[in-house]
Design a protein around this ligand. Structure first.
Ligand code: GLU
Length: 282
């Protein structure tokens, strides 16, 4: 299988050093493998995505010397594909509508729950709406995955994924106990956008025939969710390469709003693409 990877920015801010590292690394790995580097615009969160950020990101990526095939996949054009994936999970009896607002969840979690910890989307959902029927779903509801049912359906999935990044290199087995207690019933469709990052990323990595996902280590914890969804949707599991995050001089990870670390800022100060490569250790 020829190597295919992608860089998948959300146009909610300027491209900063951390993103540049991700994009350059993915691009370099594709080149070294004689494969393909793809760009994907992750713009499902429409209220937060801005055309001017997208234009600035593309401009910075070109400036860095990156090229990619067109047309570029844009997630806001793919809502039907995400709906189809959600429908499939619903038809397997694995979903329920949830009307809890953030404050309801916080209140329910105020009573400490035995064995429950934080997952990649925050504390595991306390299960208030679990058992509500999808027939009763309203447009004001989010849709959640019933994690216990999903795991029961798969039996002991014994699923693994291959990690090629330096931080977690090796074969990783998905952990049903952790999925149940730390991750919990993740949201598959947010009430405001009708889908979620987890569904979109899994559906698109498969549609784009990605063989290795290159992304920041902050998404390592979400990978178990993605592998679980791939199993449920009968999609292939790619390899993963989670790279270390670029941090500021205080060791804090860079945020999109941290414009001092934006590539545009370094460009204004006369940096070249080679300077940026050096700064991120490539
Ligand atoms: N769109 C995500 C971000 O900008 C990246 C998601 C991924 O690579 O899986 O952080």
């Amino acid at each position: 299988m020829t190597y295919r990877t992608r860089f998948a920015p959300s146009p909610t801010g300027l491209l900063h050093l951390g993103h540049a590292f991700s994009a350059l690394l993915a691009h370099d790995r594709a080149q070294a493998a004689g494969g393909t580097f793809l760009l994907r615009i992750e713009d499902i969160d429409q209220p937060r995505c801005k055309p001017e950020f997208e234009a600035a990101i593309l401009e910075d990526l070109h400036w860095l010397g990156l090229a990619w095939p067109r047309p570029v996949l844009r997630q806001s054009d793919r809502i039907q594909a995400y709906d189809a994936a959600l429908d499939r999970l619903v038809s397997l009896g694995l979903c329920y509508p949830c009307r809890c607002r953030r404050r309801d969840i916080r209140a329910a979690l105020a009573a400490p729950q035995e064995g429950s910890q934080n997952g990649p989307d925050g504390p595991a959902y306390p299960g208030t709406c679990r058992g509500r029927s999808m027939n009763r779903a309203t447009p004001q509801d989010a849709i959640r995955l019933d994690m216990r049912r999903a795991l029961d359906l798969l039996g002991d999935p014994g699923a693994t994924f291959n990690e090629t990044g330096p931080l977690y290199r090796g074969e990783h087995r998905i952990d049903p106990q952790e999925l149940l207690h730390s991750v919990g019933d993740v949201v598959l469709a947010r009430r405001d956008i009708g889908t979620s990052y987890h569904i979109a990323v899994v559906v698109d990595d498969s549609a784009q025939q990605i063989t290795e996902v290159v992304r920041g280590a902050d998404l390592f914890a979400a990978t178990q969710i993605h592998v679980l969804l791939q199993l449920l949707l009968e999609l292939p599991t790619p390899s993963y390469h989670h790279h270390d995050l670029v941090r500021d001089e205080h060791g804090k990870r860079l945020a999109k709003r941290d414009d001092a670390r934006a590539i545009a800022h370094y460009r204004q100060q006369g940096a070249t693409p080679a300077t940026i490569r050096r700064m991120v250790g490539l």
